[in-house]
Design a protein around this ligand. Sequence first.
Ligand SMILES: NC(=O)c1ccc[n+]([C@@H]2O[C@H](COP(=O)([O-])OP(=O)(O)OC[C@H]3O[C@@H](n4cnc5c(N)ncnc54)[C@H](OP(=O)(O)O)[C@@H]3O)[C@@H](O)[C@H]2O)c1
Length: 287
Amino acid sequence: MPRLSIIGAGRLGRTLGRLAHGAGYRVIDVLCRDQAHAQQAVAFIGGGRAVTSVAQLIPAELYLLAVPDAAIADTAQSLADARVVPAGALVFHASGAGETSLLAPLVEKGVRIGSLHPAFSFAEPARAVSAFGGTLCALEGEEGVCAELERLAEALGGRPFRLAPDGKAAYHAALSMASNFLVTLNELALNVAAQAGIEPAVASQLIGGLMRQTLDNVLALGPAAALTGPIVRGDAGTVARHLAVIDDGLCAEAYRAMGKATLRLAGERLDEAVRQELARLLAPRVC
Ligand SMILES: NC(=O)c1ccc[n+]([C@@H]2O[C@H](COP(=O)([O-])OP(=O)(O)OC[C@H]3O[C@@H](n4cnc5c(N)ncnc54)[C@H](OP(=O)(O)O)[C@@H]3O)[C@@H](O)[C@H]2O)c1
C-alpha cells in the first residue's frame, strides 16, 4: 500500500489519517508545528512519526497538506525549497475554495499535485471517523492524479467525483450559494413576515416549514417542476404588490434579482407579453 504523510494534522488531517491507516495505507510522517499536537495526532491516527518541520520528512508516495487554507501556498513553497518530496510523489490539499495551483511550486521539482475536498464538516475527529462513510469527495488534478485520489477516497469510505480542470472556484461558488444563500433567504423572508405582524416564533415555523417542504419538492422533482408561485403563474399584479410592500431596499433588490432568475426558470410556461411585464417589474431600480 502507498506511504502517506500528513502535513497539518488538525481536524481533517487526523480524521483522514486514521481512516487511511485503517484502510491499510502506511502513515509515515505526521507534521504539526507543535510537537504535542503532532504526538496527539499520531496517537489518534494509530501510526506515523510525529515531526515538527519539513526538513524531518522522509520520502513517501502521498502527502496530504491539511494546514489551514491560508497556509497552503507557503507550506507548498517550503516543501519545494526543502526538496524533501521525491519526484513523482503526489502532494494534495483538501481545501474546497483553494485551487490545486496553490501547490504549483512543487511542480518544478517533478512532484504531481492535486486536491481532494470532502464535502463534510470535520468538527470533532472521533465523530468524523464514524460518520465519514459515503461522503462526496471532489477531486481536481490531471488524469493520473485523479485516479490515485479516487482510490484513496474510496479506501476512506468516500464517494469521489471529478471537477473540470480549474473547476474549483465554480464548485465552491455552487456550494456557497446553496448553503449560505439559503440561510440569507430565510432571514430576508423572516424580516418581511415581521412586517405582516407575525410573531417571531410563529414566523420561524411558517417560513422554515415552507422552506423544508419546498426543498423536499425540488430534490424529488427538480427545479423546473417544483416551481410554484406568482411568477410562474404569470401573476404580475401580485408581484407588483409584493414589491410595493417590502420596505427594506436591500430585500426588495434581492426579491428582484431572485425574481429575474425565477422568470428564466419559468421559461416557456409564460406567454411573451406576461414575461415582458414581469421582467419590467423585476428590473433593478436605479437610485
Ligand atoms: N474542518 C472541516 O470541516 C474541513 C472540511 C473540508 C475541508 N477542510 C480543509 O482541510 C484543511 C485543514 O482544515 P482543518 O479544519 O483540519 O484545520 P485545523 O483543524 O485548524 O488543523 C490545521 C492543522 O495544521 C497545523 N498547522 C497550522 N498552521 C500550520 C502551518 N503554517 N504549517 C504547518 N502546520 C500548520 C495545525 O497544527 P499546529 O498548530 O500544531 O501547527 C493543525 O494540526 C483546510 O484546507 C480546510 O479547508 C476542512
